[in-house]
Design a protein around this ligand. Sequence first.
Ligand code: ADP
Length: 225
Amino acid sequence: MRLVMLGAPGSGKGTQAERLSKKYNIPQISTGDIFRALKRGEQLPGMTLSKETIDEISSIMNSGNLVSDDITIKVIENRIAMSDCQNGFILDGFPRNIPQGEALDRLLEKHNIKLDAVLELDVPDEAIVERLSGRRYCKACGKTYNLESNMPTEEDRANCPEHCENLILRDDDKPEVVKQRLATYHDVTEHLKPYYKNQDKLITVIGRKNLENTIKDVDEALAKL
Ligand code: ADP
């Protein structure tokens, strides 16, 4: 299964991507998670980025804008070439604009593989602003939670060096940055919807308040593939 998750920040695409990654036993590749790992001082296997580049990524993220295509595409190119992607992958947060979509198409062609689908989670902006105010992040292990709907489980705590004891609001989940991220989504990322509709790959699921209902709709949509 090769899947792209599309959806506004806070639409729940990361939650679905993580679940589907376990279900299909294929990696979840989240560019946001990769960039946050770089910010925490981790380096990517097979790729070293300079301190200046990492500082640049960090300040762009904190403004709610997109990291440069050049860096983002290199990161994805490097990640998709790894052996754990041979049986498939779930792209979560990439592509985020048309040039990234085109770069992905070239990359897939080079590896002689195709996407099965692009799954869009459609959630109204009002619901997103509410959800993101409850979103919390563990700096020690990099996992994202929600005070309302998704607190760390025993397993999450056991897997974290600090047991997810200190959950914080992500710099880019502050209300003023959320506004900019939503604007970036509508102005830039949403152009990928017609792009993938033309390729006959787009599946839209309405992201619902109740997580179980969203899970059911996503699974039903994927079962039709
Ligand atoms: P969300 O989907 O909730 O906005 P992410 O964790 O996916 O959060 O991304 C956080 C930030 O990382 C984005 O606002 C952006 O600055 C940067 N980022 C993530 N993916 C990309 C990408 N494909 N291209 C450019 N920037 C990206």
